[in-house]
Design a protein around this ligand. Structure first.
Ligand code: C5P
Length: 405
């Protein structure tokens, strides 16, 4: 998550009755950590699952539970609360609440607030699989979608009742991601992005290999930012210990050759290609199929290497290439090497890291190299920087490359 990526956003977080109420404690923490202000409103049923005191402590604001709250001077809580909101999020959204919402009922504070709103409404359903599959629920959900209400989830898996199926609420982190994505400007709407991230692993034998210190964080942050910007994202990842960003299609590979093949298989569908991966330049020409053993004579093993394909250059050489963006980590003289590398690889844009020492760190500082000159972006955490880079890339897309939307 980027620092304060929801700064300035004010959310009404409406909770209805369901065991998934426990997830909202964590969701509130994630939203406030991202800079949003959160006004919790609970139905009577929700207070049976988690106390308003807990939600007040986590949101830092008094919680509203009743239409007749004496704290509101004009008795217009439903108007005041919804006017202040940038969005209302109902999580968990029970079967009953979805039904009441679909029929425009307004018989308690939360439902009245929804009908009196002048802002987007997002609902995060949580229920037993049979309740979810019930034709009445499906009808109501279809109606809500038709009314322009965002339905986030539900997830599939084990449920509190012991059954397995569709209906469980998205986890707090996934709900947070969906909300953050909802607020991001859709500057890559309709675009298809293919990108590589992480290191590659070149085996020597079944247990050993050559890799590098790329953490994959920058590539994953870019994948997340592009997804939030509305792109359809295909991420080809080397071996990294990172979670797949929400809504991103991920393909895992090990070697440079596998990464090359995965990219070449799908690049024809891409409008943009970003090569963020730290791809090994060489691999051993013969991988031992058994573990290489120490010998009695202690002879040292020796290896000969062959060159790996240059994925970035291969994409740039295609007869109809997508918009190609390269990355480069240089230990010295980035200003000179960056532009030289961009021209040699024949890509319109190359993003130079100020030093490979940024591998694994959470922040980064980069220079953009292009034919017209170089632009330095301010140091920032990788997620904030990723958003800035996606904005820069979106600005540079040739209009003809693919129709947006
Ligand atoms: O040549 P160098 O590795 O410094 O170039 C870095 C850029 O080239 C990155 O965008 C990286 O993903 C890409 N690259 C590649 N295939 C290689 C080597 C580098 O796509 N074999």
């Amino acid at each position: 998550m980027a620092t304060a990526e929801l700064a300035g956003k004010h959310l009404v977080l409406g909770m209805t009755g369901g065991i998934a109420c426990y997830k909202i404690a964590e969701l509130t923490r994630l939203l406030t950590k991202a800079g949003a202000t959160v006004q919790v409103v609970m139905t009577e049923a929700a207070t049976q699952f988690i106390t308003p005191v807990t939600m007040q402590a986590l949101s830092g604001r008094p919680v509203y539970t009743s239409q007749w709250d004496a704290r509101v001077p004009n008795n217009m809580a439903h108007i005041d609360l919804s006017r202040e909101a940038d969005a209302i999020v109902i999580a968990p959204a029970s079967t009953d609440f979805l039904a009441r919402l679909a029929h425009g009922m307004a018989d308690d504070l939360l439902s009245t607030l929804c009908i009196a709103r002048d802002c987007p409404l997002l609902v995060v359903p949580a229920m037993n699989r049979q309740m979810w599959q019930n034709p009445a629920t499906q009808r109501n959900v279809a109606q809500l979608r038709a009314d322009g209400i965002e339905v986030l989830g539900p997830d599939s898996g084990p449920q509190a009742c012991g059954e397995i199926g569709d209906g469980r609420m998205l986890e707090a982190a996934a709900t947070y991601e969906a909300i953050a994505s909802f607020f991001a400007p859709k500057i890559l709407s309709g675009r298809r992005l293919l990108l590589t991230a992480g290191p590659t692993f070149e085996p020597l034998d079944p247990v050993r290999g050559i890799t590098n210190r790329s953490s994959g964080k920058m590539g994953f942050a870019l994948a997340r930012a592009a997804q939030q910007a509305g792109a359809d994202v295909h991420l080809v990842a080397g071996p990294v210990a990172l979670e797949t960003p929400w809504g991103v299609f991920r393909e895992d590979v090990q070697t440079a050759q596998q990464m090359h093949d995965a990219v070449m298989r799908t690049v024809a569908d891409a409008d943009i290609f970003i090569g963020v991966a730290a791809v090994a330049d060489w691999r051993v020409d013969h991988v031992s199929d058994r573990k290489i053993k120490k010998t009695a004579e202690r002879t040292l093993p020796s290896f000969s290497f062959v060159e790996n394909p240059d994925i970035l250059a291969a994409v740039a050489r295609l007869s109809k290439p997508p918009f190609v963006v390269g990355f480069a980590a240089e230990s010295d003289n980035l200003e000179v090497h960056g532009e030289e590398k961009r021209a040699r690889k024949n890509v319109p844009l190359l993003i130079g890291n100020l030093g490979p020492q940024t591998f694994g760190l959470d922040d980064n500082e980069v220079i953009l190299f292009e034919a017209g000159g170089a632009t330095r972006l301010p140091r920032a955490d990788k997620q904030t920087l990723a958003r800035a880079l996606i904005t820069e890339i979106a600005k540079r897309l040739p209009p003809g490359i693919s129709p947006a939307g």
